[in-house]
Design a protein around this ligand. Structure first.
Ligand SMILES: Nc1nc2c(c(=O)[nH]1)N[C@H]1C(S)=C(S)[C@@H](COP(=O)(O)OP(=O)(O)OC[C@H]3O[C@@H](n4cnc5c(N)ncnc54)[C@H](O)[C@@H]3O)O[C@H]1N2
Ligand code: MOO
Length: 402
């Protein structure tokens, strides 16, 4: 038997970091930058207007009021995208649109709402200080400034930032491609009719979705039965498209625990009992260099094993810190009991009232009871030395992805 921490340390010590790839920007969504990206020019690249209105010399309109507006001749229109060659002199104004380059000589923009909107001449009824509604070159990003460091996961805002500094590609560690495969002769595809002793297969769907939630790309492989040659052949075939493989089922003590049977001694794969509940039977190792996680078949065990072991490993493969799920401290809503010597992951629901979190354990905690997992939003992580915790105790709670 080994502890959760020992098993995770073993995994993190052997998962490879994915090599960097140069990807087109949208293909890099969700990937992790492997290079710092800096701005070749300032942003904005030029002084420009923040409003639709008129570019003026602020001193010209210092005395403007509703009762005595200042009237100025309008010498032209400047649209966003104009090359910005125009200029004004004191006593003149130019109509200007949001994002258009400020003409030389102007030092303020007057929004159209403060004027009569005139085209040949304009009546301006309010003064404004120099700099009014002007967006200065470089006030967002300076030339040469790093806008995203290596190690940044590229979400929508970061993709936007890279495009804004002119990048069409980026060198990234891609989202890991993870093949998910269930084993078990009792399993039938959802949508099909069940025979005696059969159940609908759920783990591969759940785990493929969990891969996506963890930042990977999940490929669900069709379920295989418990024919050893077929299982090993299928796993080997998947290696070409997999950065990692996750299996479910067939790892405990039965007479047909096929995953354990075929992968024992393959590459570095080893099977262990881990001091945790649920999720005791685990296997992990490299199969021709590809990490293989063999998770137990009970659905809740498979899910929790994924969050505890696979998720941090997928992060490590992208060069990210292998952080666990985000954790909050919460007050236990009810007494709980926990098996001595095991890390116990208890399904629960968090609520936030009067400034702190309370967590209510789910009524049932069997590792086959997917119902209580799918209505939970948190896992209470009870340490190995906890045996009985009264309501009111402070506990660490992992928030489940949603
Ligand atoms: N004598 C012992 N028996 C068991 C032990 C043990 O230590 N000694 N450990 C138990 C624990 S704990 C777990 S967890 C399970 C793990 O078993 P396997 O990984 O071999 O999984 P299976 O036997 O294939 O299935 C277990 C259970 O889960 C259902 N299942 C499996 N795959 C799926 C799937 N893809 N979708 C939905 N449901 C699935 C399966 O029908 C079984 O009911 O072993 C205990 N036994
Ligand atoms: O550990 Mo098994 O994973 O409890 O049901």
């Amino acid at each position: 038997m080994r502890t959760v921490d020992e098993h995770l340390t073993d995994i993190l010590g052997s998962v490879p970091v994915l090599p960097p790839l140069d990807l087109a920007l949208l293909e890099a969504h969700g990937a992790v930058l492997a290079e710092p990206v800096s701005a070749p020019v300032p942003l904005p690249p030029f002084d420009n207007s923040a409003m639709d209105g008129y570019a003026v010399v602020a001193a010209d309109i210092a005395g403007a009021t509703e009762a005595e507006p200042v009237v100025l001749p309008v010498v032209g229109d400047i649209l966003a995208g104009d090359p910005g060659v125009s200029a004004i002199r004191p006593g003149l104004t130019a109509r200007i649109m949001t994002g258009a380059p400020l003409p030389a000589g102007a030092d303020a923009v007057i929004p159209v709402e403060w004027t009569d909107g005139g085209a040949a001449t304009v009546r301006i009824s309010r003064p404004a200080p120099p700099g009014n509604y002007i967006r200065r070159a470089g006030e967002d990003v300076l030339a040469g400034q790093v806008v995203a460091d290596a190690g940044t996961r590229l979400g929508a805002a970061q993709i936007g930032m890279l495009a804004a500094v002119g990048r069409s590609h980026a060198v990234v560690r891609p989202r890991p491609r993870v093949v998910v495969m269930s084993t078990g002769t009792e399993l039938r595809e959802p949508g099909s009719t069940l025979g005696a002793g059969q159940i609908w297969e759920s783990n591969s769907f759940m785990l493929t979705a969990a891969v996506a939630e963890a930042g990977g790309v999940g490929y669900r492989q069709e379920t295989v039965g418990d024919e050893p040659v077929k299982v090993l052949e299928t796993l080997r075939d998947q290696l070409v498209r997999a950065d990692a493989i996750v299996t479910s089922g067939g790892v405990s003590m039965g007479t047909r625990d096929v995953v354990k049977e075929v992968l024992t001694g393959v590459g570095t794969v080893e099977f262990h009992k881990v001091r945790m509940r649920p999720g005791k039977p685990q296997g992990f190792g490299l199969f021709e260099g590809t990490p293989v996680f063999t998770l137990p078949g009970n659905p809740v065990s498979a899910y929790i094993s994924f969050q505890v072991f696979v998720r941090p490993a997928l992060r490590a493969m992208q060069g990210l810190p292998p952080e666990p799920l985000p954790t909050v401290s919460a007050v236990l809503g009810e007494d709980v009991r926990s098996p001595a010597g095991l890390r116990h992951y208890v399904r629960g629901r968090l609520s936030f009232t009067r400034g702190f979190y309370t967590v209510a354990p789910a009524e049932v905690q069997g590792s086959h009871q997917l119902g209580s997992l799918s209505s939970a939003d948190a896992l209470i992580a009870l340490p190995e030395d906890a045996e009985a915790l009264p309501a009111g105790s402070h506990v660490e709670v992992m928030r489940l992805p949603s």
